[in-house]
Design a protein around this ligand. Sequence first.
Ligand code: C5P
Length: 417
Amino acid sequence: MAGGPAPGRSLAGRRVLLGVTGGIAAYKAASLARLLSAAGADVRVVMTPAASRFVGPDTFAALTRNPVHQDVFEATDRVLHVRLAREADAAVVAPATANVLAKLALGLADDLLTSILLEARCPLVLAPAMHTGMWTHPSTQANVAALAARGAIVVGPGEGPLAAGDEGVGRMAEPEEILRAVEAALGSPGAGDLAGVRVLVTAGPTHEPIDAVRFIGNRSSGKMGFTVAAEAARRGASVTLVSGPVPLPDPQGVAVVRVETAAEMFEAVTARAEASDLVVMAAAVADFRPGEVHPGKIKKGDGPPQLALEPTPDILSGLGAAKGSGQVLVGFAAETEDLEAEARRKLKAKNLDLIVANEVGRPGTGFGADTNRAAIVGRGEEGTPLREWTKVELAAAILDRAAGLLAAARAAAGSTV
Ligand code: C5P
């Protein structure tokens, strides 16, 4: 990471909305308010009613030297939530309870904070804090994945002491870490470790037409690729996402190209690959397609059609064969058995730098799920062993490894970019 902002003034001139919700970690939000203010930000604090059970508004008012807002119907300003939403350069919710994450995922607006965040279009940083069971519950994980896929930046939670003497995952990230995420979200100089890196990501399935209405497809949800794209953008990269047909919205700050078939994905990816420093092929590209597409709808009464299939182009193999020096290629290997051995074989065969060996075919992991059982396999022996990840965690780990490889490649080439 080159340069960096002058110490203490990284957020000068930026207005940051700090949402504080009702959890024991609300006391740490006071430190965050202090750090944001010290970094030069004009901090506007909005508290939910439950938050003020843990820490008083006067604390935040004193730290930010601004009034603290709690009520949608606050006197004198009829459209307070719209004003606060539009004035904010970034919004951060710390702590973010399971409840507020669920409301944001659904688009509910039943208090001042959620009303502001529904209106706001600025970068959103979320610092979840809750008990381990609430964090690992599939509802919370689905809500966090949905928010991340829409571009929200999720920081933490970490592991450690929780309220009521418990220990585990669910502890709010430290205020310094949340500050760094706000800096990165605002493109503060040097804040993103992928600043200046051109990243191409693919996601989703492809649909291979049989006739005018039917296709061959697979169960890929696109969540993994969308999460990688959102995370790379958050870390400062310039990101293009080529996606097969999935109903996910465009992640914030990412250029999205929507395609249907393997052939269209091939065109879209090969046209952009040469100008990319890092390519992450998370798409589940169909391996076979019908050799002939029936122009109309095949009639049921004619009996089951005989489908002659032909292979689709292997996009990633093509990229591997043409790989430029300094370019980093990451593939995925979705396997039901012999996971790591198959992954290593594909890593070599496709001339990749990293491959994510992804266990599929079991409930709760792989296609469509919010968690993955996966290992990250590189060219050397050192790997990240098979374990369960949220898709957000896995995306971050893939980009950590890729960032290391890019830095090494640049150092080898003598570049200082
Ligand atoms: O060989 P296999 O399909 O298991 O390899 C999976 C990897 O190759 C994934 O990264 C996938 O995106 C990519 N792939 C591709 N073109 C295909 C099939 C797979 O780029 N036709």
